[in-house]
Design a binder for this molecule. Sequence first.
Ligand code: SAH
Ligand code: AVI
Length: 352
Amino acid sequence: MAAWSEARSRGGVSEAGMACPAGATAGSEPTDGECSAAGTPNPAFRRDVLAGLSARPRAIPARWFYDRRGSELFEAITRLPEYYLTRAERSILTAHATDVAALTGSGCAVVEFGSGSSAKTPLLLAAVAPSAYVPIDISGEFLRESVAALADRFPELPIHPVEGDFMHPLVLPPSVGDAPRLGFFPGSTIGNMSAAAAVDLLRAMADTLGQGSKLLIGIDRIKPTNVLIPAYDDAEGVTAEFNLNLLHRINRELDGTLPVGAFHHIARWNDSEARIEMHLEATRDISFIVAGRPFAISKGKTIHTENSHKYGPRDARLLLRAGSWTPIAEWTDRDGLFALILAEARPVPAAP
Ligand code: SAH
Ligand code: AVI
């Protein structure tokens, strides 16, 4: 919770419909590249990249994948035959959105964390008939376009997009009012965090949404590596392009000279951590500049760009409980690949 409190004083969110600097909380940082003042690199991106390239092992947080191109590439990934996650979660929502609505009731405000294209969201919105929808995403331009498409489909629904980093504190737009809150965190984006960061985020979500609110969360399950690895290293090379786009983004936004062609996409299963790791491996010794600073990487060394943790059914429920959420219902797809869990923010009884 310390990180959350510290971040709270820094701000970090803005209503996406507004110009970034005007909408942002005082002292907040821009999110995607377009929100930077002309020619000024996003300070948080610059800080994370310089720190990540200086650290050993080298690692850059996965949230920086999502500039406009990164968001488009992720959408292309969701349509790949190997990437079962989106199809599985969509099939669960198709089959069970009415069951979700029976437990949440109608008229709640739906707050979606990492909404991206909001492509699956209509399945939920149509079932729960919400009073408002608050999509939150770091990828500002993509968020605005997704909201425009959704507004065409749900013309009566008040939509309050928030551009920002959901790891930073979030104050819901006042226009959301007092309606009960339903958090929606699909896609297994929770898996992109360490367990500690996931628990902090879940607790922060419970604080933001309030006691008695509900959370519908998608969590990918542990499964054999012959299914997992192709999902993160597809035959067409779209995931490789998604991974390498981070280097293009660094070159574009931070005056980088990274030779992108000298890096190779890697997806590997780390069994003891129960996660897929994505790395960019140097195929030769490389020297380059980022934001005026010199760096070097030897052949065979990597930049760690993403973790995608997978959870067994009990692990997932334990994670939610650790994050202050009590699971109340759970659904899976026909093949048990993916789980959608409905949980409630409840005071935890003092007894063991
Ligand atoms: N929910 C969609 C998209 C998942 S991709 C789906 O299920 O298909 C992950 C999304 O989360 C992207 O749109 C990305 O821009 C957003 N995202 C990742 N890290 C974020 C962060 N720290 N704060 C806000 N949005 C974030
Ligand atoms: C958004 N997130 C849950 C995706 C995942 O599966 O970890 C991002 C992704 N990375 C590679 N492919 C998709």
